[in-house]
Design a protein around this ligand. Structure first.
Ligand SMILES: Cc1cc2nc3c(=O)[nH]c(=O)nc-3n(C[C@H](O)[C@H](O)[C@H](O)COP(=O)(O)OP(=O)(O)OC[C@H]3O[C@@H](n4cnc5c(N)ncnc54)[C@H](O)[C@@H]3O)c2cc1C
Length: 461
């Protein structure tokens, strides 16, 4: 992939956007910004992307937006074709519930394959990702436009800078004013993705590779999600287990020990044990989670966070990339509605519009994990759980149209933000002491919107 910015220089009336990071979040933001007519420059520190990661879900809530930006059918092609998933008992494999796959993550495909299509679309729209360009410094002042400095010493200025630089975000440190240490979620995952052909010759696990399928085994404080793609050509499992570590290595590359995995699942359903036993290698991924942060926007209101840099999700949320896509759409539309000279208004409305919905998507991941890990323990021997108790409850997230919601709520929230900007007192999104969500809107478990009373004003930064 060549170096991404719009080939032409910005027109005087065009908003200039710098995006740091060309992951799925950064690419989605680039498409959204382009859609609103802005001039986009993207810096990515990696020189060349590999096919990294394994299974990733893209929900209808993201696909609806991506389609408007010209990307749809290629993504559907990548996703798992199975209509349903089965939720099973860890030891016998007995099916406890069957759910449409769309209730979980929507289309589950390989992250690297989705990434290729996102990058292709960015290029097709006339933007170029500047690969091998690491942002190392930021400059911002109330009187001037913000800028970034690259590792090679060059400085670039824009009207807004978007930190889509992932879980280890440097931009987040700038926005918060301190280094936000990763927090152990209390769980870790072993993850494996490999060619599935040889499993077809092993009778015990052959049924898992006859066609695309998704199965989830739930046990005490553990669950395993299996995803078969490309008609059995590719096979993936992710085993979540309890683990508390003092030092958390936040890495997508740390090798796992297959002996440890085999030991953990040795008493499990023989079908999945056979597949695990045939697995050549795995990664050991300590699930890093972060507490919600009180602001996604810098003190001059011109540097904003997006995606994993401000709202990472647990794998059980299956919404990390989808929520990053929604955030891109909302920020771009806020910038359009506010107008070129009102970036602070746009960024502050953006964070208020997004926080509560993102938080709910994050919490859904905690909820389903806890139900999967705890349900069987509460039952007597031979007793079956109510299928509803082990089902994923993400369905309400999918009909949402992030752009329509932004238009609908723009007037009321922008009026409130105007007052905040005038007074210089910005309401934080989240109170780290009480844990209260201070953003304006909440959704209940059925997706119904509840308006919160106006929060008490607290000075940020
Ligand atoms: C290697 C990898 C594998 C993953 N695998 C999975 C998976 O299997 N399943 C799943 O559900 N999720 C996976 N994820 C997470 C998932 O991709 C994200 O939750 C989601 O796509 C939103 O990502 P993002 O764009 O916000 O952040 P990321 O995907 O982390 O992208 C951030 C980008 O910013 C770049 N960057 C960081 N700092 C700088 C800097 N200073 N200057 C320039 N560029 C910078 C990084 O190189 C990276 O490309 C993975 C993430 C990574 C990085």
């Amino acid at each position: 992939m060549a170096s991404s910015q719009h080939a032409d220089p910005p027109r005087p009336d065009q908003l200039r956007v710098i995006i740091i990071g060309a992951g799925l979040g950064g690419c989605a933001a680039a498409m959204a910004m382009h859609h609103q007519g802005f001039h986009v420059t993207i810096f990515e520190k990696i020189r060349k992307f590999d096919r990294l990661g394994d299974s990733l879900g893209l929900g209808e809530n993201a696909l609806r937006l991506l389609k408007r930006w010209g990307l749809h059918d290629q993504l559907i092609e990548i996703g798992n074709k199975s209509p349903n998933m089965q939720i099973r008992r860890w030891d016998t494999g007995e099916i406890l519930a069957v759910q449409p796959l769309m209730d979980m993550a929507g289309y589950i495909g390989h992250r690297g394959d989705y990434h290729v299509e996102f990058l292709k679309q960015v290029e097709k729209l006339g933007m170029t990702v500047r690969m091998g360009h690491k942002v190392v410094e930021f400059h911002e002042a109330f009187s001037t436009s913000p800028s970034v400095v690259l590792a090679d010493g060059r400085t670039f200025t824009a009207d807004i800078i978007i930190g889509a630089d992932g879980i280890k975000s440097q931009t987040r440190e700038l926005v918060l004013g301190f280094a936000d240490k990763p927090k152990s979620s209390g769980y870790a995952c072993y993850r494996a993705y490999f060619k599935g052909a040889h499993l077809k010759t092993i009778p015990l696990c052959a049924p898992l590779v006859q066609q695309d399928c998704v199965n989830i085994w739930i046990g005490h404080d553990m669950h395993l999600v299996q995803n078969t793609l490309r008609n059995g050509e590719e096979f993936n499992w992710i085993l979540t287990h309890k683990e508390s570590v003092a030092e958390i290595p936040e890495s997508w590359f740390q090798p796992g020990n297959m002996e440890d995995v085999r030991e953990l699942v040795k008493q499990w359903d023989p079908m999945i044990v056979a597949a695990v036993n045939e697995t050549p290698a795995c990664l050991d991924w300590k699930i890093c989670y972060r507490d919600p942060i009180p602001t996604w926007v810098s003190k001059t209101h011109t540097i904003a966070l997006l995606g994993d840099s401000c709202h990472p999700h647990l794998p059980t949320s299956a919404q990390g990339a989808s929520q990053a896509t929604e955030s891109g759409a909302v920020l771009a539309l806020c910038l359009k509605l506010a107008g070129k000279d009102h970036v602070p208004l746009a960024t502050r409305v953006y964070e208020k519009l997004r926080f509560s919905r993102v938080r709910q998507a994050q919490l859904n991941g905690e909820d389903v994990r806890d139900r999967w890990h705890g349900t069987l323990r509460q039952l007597d021997d031979g007793e079956k759980p109510d299928p509803d108790q082990v089902k994923i409850k993400n369905r309400w997230l999918y009909p949402f149209d992030a752009e329509a919601d932004t238009r609908e709520r723009w007037e009321s929230i922008s009026a409130m933000v105007r007052k905040e900007l005038e007074s210089g007192v910005i309401t934080p999104l989240f109170d780290p002491i009480t844990g209260d969500r201070l953003a304006l809107i909440q959704h209940d478990a059925m997706g119904q919107r509840k308006d919160l009373p106006l929060p008490a004003e607290v000075v940020v930064g």
